[in-house]
Design a protein around this ligand. Structure first.
Ligand code: SF4
Length: 170
């Protein structure tokens, strides 16, 4: 762990607090982590034990909400360590070309607010076409997700719409 730049992880006392507060672990359970240690601590530890090539999905599953670090009794900066794995995975070329291509498009669109708004407006309308009872059970492009679980339908109003109303005092 010292060699991998994960020395803070040596403070871990395996209390499990980070797991119990992790939104990903709470949705998925422990088996999907595929190693001895699940949750945020597992997402940091398993690449050390099994190699990043085999377990690069674990650091990428994190939402970076920071709750794990907040509750860790020995103040391990778990999100920072996970970001370190992501960074390394990128630099070592372990990301599939489809991910690199998708991120390139996202970077291009996210830097152009008008294009971003147009893209999200179209995506929301398309997703609504596939929504039934507040969930999407199948849709082109969501196959890997909807094969095992439902995908939440888009909310009736977007965050930006609500934000604009709030700014107007409504
Ligand atoms: S909360 Fe901190 S000490 Fe407890 S298991 Fe997670 S990383 Fe280890």
């Amino acid at each position: 762990m010292l060699r991998e730049g994960m020395k803070e992880m040596l403070r871990c006392i395996r209390c499990g607090a980070c797991m119990n507060h992790c939104v990903v672990f709470r949705q998925l359970g422990g088996h999907v982590y595929g190693g001895t240690y699940p949750g945020p601590m597992g997402a940091v530890l398993t690449p050390v034990f099994d190699g990043l090539e085999k377990s690069r999905d674990l650091p990428h599953a994190c939402t970076m909400n920071g709750k794990c670090q907040e509750v860790c009794p020995v103040a391990i900066p778990l999100p920072t360590l996970l970001r370190g794995w992501r960074d390394r995975s990128w630099r070592e070329g372990l990301e599939p070309s489809a991910v690199r291509f998708g991120l390139g498009i996202h970077t291009f669109v996210a830097a152009r607010p008008r294009l971003y708004r147009l893209g999200t407006a179209i995506a929301i309308r398309v997703m609504r076409l596939f929504s039934r009872g507040g969930v999407i059970k199948g849709m082109p492009g969501l196959g890997a997700w909807t094969a095992y679980r439902e995908f939440p339908a888009p909310a009736k109003r977007t965050f930006m719409e609500m934000y604009k109303d709030q700014e107007k005092g409504q």
